[in-house]
Ligand binder design. Structure first.
Ligand code: XBP
Ligand code: MG
Length: 252
């Protein structure tokens, strides 16, 4: 069966948005709201086990307690923190900016040229995803994706497979002709539970996680002048991820 679509995760996969993006934006939101919360890099690494910004705040409340400011209860409080945080995140995309990871822009271009459809399956809010794409690839960038599955469109976030199933349904494609690209164990579990073969590109937060279920694990997608490092699986002689290599992985 030939490759019809590639479904990309966003945070950690298209760009390293977590440590210097979402984390920084959360801390800016905490300051703006007068909270004495501060998520350092290692605390945030632990909190990343919980997918979704609002869910992450709710989880932290279990540890730090509900702040006095949260008069309307934890859900409303998490939603208001998230709204402020999203504004800060979008500002960070403008300045200083968050670049796409190596090979991402190239692979998206090559897949489009090969008539392979593109989709997104993410836990992040859609407005953050669209802003990331626009900041890096231009105003029309989101239109290059057939389906964007983001945020609260499903009840259960990753590692539940719901967001991948939601995207597949809208693509109208069987899992057997699609591949997922992920960066984390919760993301890999979500994609494989939806029946998708999955390629993982690791980052600082995820490199020690369990990726035994992945079709291949790489340092990044690779560029002609800077090939990826293969961490698991076979690269069939390639040094950069391209449509032909994705076809090989789908067929193996
Ligand atoms: C990453 C996430 C997101 C972001 C923040 O998920 O867990 O929640 O940290 O985004 P994925 P929001 O890698 O699956 O994209 O604050 O907008 O939820
Ligand atoms: Mg991710």
């Amino acid at each position: 069966m030939s490759l019809q679509a590639v479904i990309f995760d966003v945070d950690g996969t298209l760009a390293d948005t977590e440590r210097d993006g979402h984390r920084v934006a959360f801390n800016a939101a905490f300051r703006e709201l007068g909270l004495d919360w501060q998520w350092d890099e290692s605390t945030y690494g632990e909190l990343l086990e919980t997918g979704g910004g609002k869910e992450r705040v709710l989880r932290y409340i279990q540890r730090a307690g509900l702040p006095d400011a949260a008069q309307d209860g934890p859900q409303a409080f998490a939603a208001s923190v998230h709204a402020v945080k999203t504004r800060h995140f979008k500002a960070l995309l403008q300045h200083p900016g968050i670049p796409l990871r190596p090979g991402v822009a190239r692979l998206l271009r090559e897949l489009r040229q090969a008539s392979v459809r593109l989709a997104i399956a993410t836990t992040s809010a859609e407005e953050s995803v669209v802003a990331l794409l626009q900041a890096n690839l231009g105003e029309d960038a989101a239109n290059g994706f057939d389906v964007i599955g983001a945020g609260d469109v499903v009840a259960e976030k990753k590692p539940a497979p719901d967001i991948y199933r939601w995207v597949q349904e809208r693509l109208g494609l069987d899992a057997a002709c699609c591949l997922a690209v992920e960066d984390s164990n919760p993301g890999l579990r979500a994609a494989t539970a939806a029946g998708l073969k999955t390629v993982v590109t690791v980052n600082g937060y995820t490199s020690r996680q369990d990726f035994a279920a992945a079709t291949a694990v790489l340092s990044d997608l690779g560029e002609p002048e800077r090939p990826f490092r293969l961490l698991r699986g076979t690269a069939h002689g390639y040094g950069q991820v391209c449509p032909a290599l994705l076809e090989r992985w789908l067929a193996q």
